[in-house]
Design a protein around this ligand. Structure first.
Ligand code: SF4
Length: 126
């Protein structure tokens, strides 16, 4: 019967390092979730959309994450459209089609409209 060679000390250390990296990764993920959805929101619809509600962005979005849509009862009730921060895939397709330049990547969102980040997320209960 073949005998197995003992595990070298370096291999054991390597396993410990990998284990620690996995633990750190899980911890960081937990912190990310704890801090809330708006921290990883990609694109945000801001003030210029109010009263405009042009839906070119809805048609351009490949993952259908901009709401409410024109055929929804909520469309008449809401004063603007919103991007779902969880569903958004960060593609940017909605930005150039907006006639009033209301859509911004989170990093480019003007300071005066920062609160729209939360407003978009809130619409989806995020
Ligand atoms: Fe949709 Fe892409 Fe715009 Fe996100 S960035 S809302 S996925 S079109």
């Amino acid at each position: 019967m073949e005998r197995r060679a003992p595990v070298p000390a370096q291999t054991a250390e390597c396993c410990t390092v990998v284990g620690n990296l996995v633990r750190i990764s899980v911890l960081l993920n937990s912190v990310h979730i704890f801090r809330g959805t708006t921290d990883f929101m990609a694109y945000v619809i801001a003030e210029p959309c109010i009263g405009t509600k042009d839906t070119a962005c809805v048609d351009a979005c490949p993952v259908d994450c901009i709401h409410p849509k024109k055929d929804s009862p909520a469309y008449a009730e809401e004063e603007m459209l919103y991007i779902d921060p969880v569903e958004c895939i960060d593609c940017g397709a909605c930005v150039p089609v907006c006639p009033v330049s209301a859509i911004f990547a989170l990093d480019d969102l003007p300071e005066k409209w920062k609160h729209f980040t939360e407003r978009n997320a809130k619409y989806f209960g995020r």
